[in-house]
Design a protein around this ligand. Sequence first.
Ligand code: OOB
Length: 550
Amino acid sequence: MEGFIPWPDEFAREYREKGYWLDKTISEVMDECFERYATRTALIADDGRIFTYSELGRLSTRLALHLNALGLKTYDRLLLQIPNVPEVLITYLATLKAGGIPIMALSAYRDSEMGYFAKLAKARAMAVTSTIRDFNYQEMVGRIQTEAPDLNMVFVTGGEPNPGYHSIDRLLQDPIEKSVDSSNLPRPDPDLPGVLLLSGGTTGVPKLIPRTQNDYVYNFLCNAQLCNLGEETVLLIAIPQEHNFAIACPGFMGVISRGGREVLSSSPAPKAAMELIQRHGVTHWVAVPAMILGMLNHPKRQEYDLSSLEVILTGGSKLNPEVALRIRPELGCEVQQVLGMAEGPLFWIRPDDPDEIRLYTQGRPQSPADEFKIVDPSGGEEVAPGEVGELWCRGPHTIRGYYCAPEHNTKAFADDGFYKSGDLVRLHPSGNVVVEGRIKDTINRGGEKISAEEVENHILAHPDVDNCAYVAMPDPILGEKACVFVVLLKGKEMLLESLNGFLINEQKIARFKLPERLELVDSLPLTPVGKINKKELRSVIAERLEKEGG
Ligand code: OOB
């Protein structure tokens, strides 16, 4: 497949021989589970709908047959941008069953991001919800279609489709399987990309991450076992379902592979989580650290019965040990950290690790075939044990290159295939890693990654801006938020609201990328080699916040 970098033959052979790669497709594995656990509950949505395993199997096959009948072909890309309702999972499964490749997009993305992905991936199809709050997704699709000529099939859930678009809700009610034989559904090659994930990116444009059927199946089978999921597991997902953490780490596919059930929440709020934990006897909650803190500090927490909760699976940003220490006494459950990346690497705490490892490190690789090293970012040599360096990873579920990004790939991957994560870590005496920071120019806003360069390019498009630098500022809940330092052209003025109005209305970027503070300056500090000195700007804003707070 053009734009996809496979593993070298000798690695592929080894991963197969050792039984990591099963040569099954994701939908084959899912279908085996839908049959095995047929009558059990698979999915409970917060709108009250409940689906058994066999219903998920039947509905996803039905929608797959419709997708094929309407023209979706094997390896066609479908942009999936549906919020946390059951249709996101049914459409995901259906796309895979139809031989297509879902592109897992957050509902928060707007024209800028979605248009870019549609063009880069030459997407043939898109599945959206009709509206969320005041945002009309169908109108956005219409605008994108004028620039992305391949995008000619649009599927809509949760509202009437515009003329020419198809209603997912109606297709799900139309029993096409009575007239079309589902055994003829295509079978894509397990060695080719099955799912495209999105990366927050470090450069001016975000990246597409090709996860093969083989690598992704191994990814969730391996970590679902490592997390001890089973038929009694009730897994609460309240982060966006399109996120790798929510779909495959272990997420929806992991819990399905073990016969458990998922509770899907459309709200990330702690109150919603507590209600669902109490109502459905949730045993495992997938949460970024900001959500855990929200629950710990919630004034009405004592009113809920959270006694079913056994484990909080957390990752996406660093869990501070002070917060980790409060979890057992205050919430009565354990915490299991994961240092994960959409590119594939996964470092996990094991359920039986002692506290000094569980609370103070971010884990060790999930697979015996995973390799990692900690490297001096300037020279590429491994650092001494215990020293801080950049984390590099390679293995059966870590990609060998971004999709259609040859130039960036030469920077992000070493010659021998190691992925350069951009994270700074140190090796703990236990063999686990501890995250110490990062060298990539991103902001981690409560687990959502934002490329500084991408947003800077949008800000520089403002007619009054001469120069700018988008940097992280500390936030007690989210960990980080974005602050932008702006140099205006002579005689111009700017408020944060007007800048953000421009970013939303003209540049059409996702809201979570908007800077939350604007600092107007006469000039930006430079490093000795003439680059903008972001380290200095980060400490300027951190100090200023501290003074204001105290
Ligand atoms: C997950 O994936 P991404 O691709 O959104 O973000 C990856 C980055 C990592 O490179 C690291 O900078 C940060 O997020 N990160 C953590 C972390 N887990 C991720 N930083 C500190 N501590 C952690 N535990 O975020 C992701 C993917 C799969 C599972 C979980 C998270």
